[in-house]
Design a protein around this ligand. Structure first.
Ligand SMILES: C[S@@+](CC[C@H](N)C(=O)[O-])C[C@H]1O[C@@H](n2cnc3c(N)ncnc32)[C@H](O)[C@@H]1O
Length: 183
C-alpha cells in the first residue's frame, strides 16, 4: 500500500470538520494512572493524544511532518485552554533530535513505525519513564510480529498485544513499557 499523502489527508479532514480527537484507549488507560510530567508525541497527526495529555496536566511537545496537522493542533490546544509545543519536523530525515540529557517521562509513538527511530526513543525516555506505542502489522510501513516487544525486551512490559483492529481494518501491535530505573 502506498504511503498516504498525509498533508492532503489532514487538510481534507480539517476542512470537513471531522477530525477524530478521541484518544486511544491504551493512552487513556495508562496515562490516567501516571503523574503528569514531560511528554513527547511523535508523528502526532492532528494531536488527539497530545490534546488528551495536555488536559491531564502534561507538558507536551508534539511533532509531525504535516504543517496542516501542527497548525490544527496549535489551534485546538488553544481552544481547550492548554499549551502544547507543536513542531513541524520530518522524523525520517533527522528533523528532531531526541535528547538524552533532558529525557522525557513519556514518549508516545502511535500508529507510526520507523524502525531506526526506536534507539532514540529508548534513550530519550527517563529511567522509570514510559513508552506507549502502536504500529501496523500490515502495509508498507509495518512492524514485524514480535518486533515491538523485542525493541523493549529489557524494559518492564506492562502491556503487549497484537490484534486485528476491526474499526481500522488492519492488524496492529501495541505496547506499554517502562524503562528500568537502574540500567
Ligand atoms: C496514522 S497517523 C498517526 C497520527 C497519531 N499518532 C494518531 O495516532 O492519531 C501518522 C502520522 O505520521 C505523520 N508522519 C508520516 N511520516 C512522518 C515523518 N517522516 N516525520 C514526521 N511525521 C510523519 C503523518 O503526517 C501522520 O500525521
Amino acid at each position: 500500500m502506498p504511503n498516504p499523502d498525509w498533508e492532503a489527508r489532514h487538510a481534507k479532514t480539517v476542512a470537513s470538520g471531522s477530525a477524530e480527537l478521541t484518544a486511544s484507549s491504551l493512552i487513556v488507560e495508562f496515562t490516567t494512572q501516571l503523574q503528569p510530567g514531560r511528554a513527547l508525541d511523535l508523528a502526532c497527526g492532528l494531536g488527539r493524544h497530545s490534546l488528551w495529555l495536555a488536559r491531564m496536566g502534561w507538558h507536551v511537545t508534539a511533532v509531525d511532518r504535516s504543517r496542516v496537522a501542527i497548525e490544527f493542533l496549535q489551534r485546538a490546544a488553544a481552544a481547550q485552554g492548554t499549551r502544547i509545543d507543536a513542531v513541524v519536523a520530518d522524523l525520517e530525515s533527522g528533523g528532531l533530535v531526541i535528547r538524552q540529557d533532558h529525557p522525557w517521562n513519556l514518549i508516545v509513538v502511535y500508529n507510526y513505525w520507523q524502525r531506526g527511530l526506536m534507539a532514540s526513543v529508548r534513550s530519550g525516555v527517563s529511567p522509570g519513564g514510559f513508552v506507549l506505542a502502536s504500529a501496523r502489522l500490515t502495509g508498507s510501513f509495518r512492524v514485524e510480529p514480535g518486533e515491538l516487544r523485542s525493541a523493549f525486551s529489557d524494559w518492564e512490559i506492562l502491556h503487549y498485544r497484537e490484534h486485528q483492529n476491526a474499526d481500522a481494518g488492519h492488524a496492529t501491535a501495541q505496547i506499554a513499557a517502562r524503562r528500568p530505573t537502574i540500567a
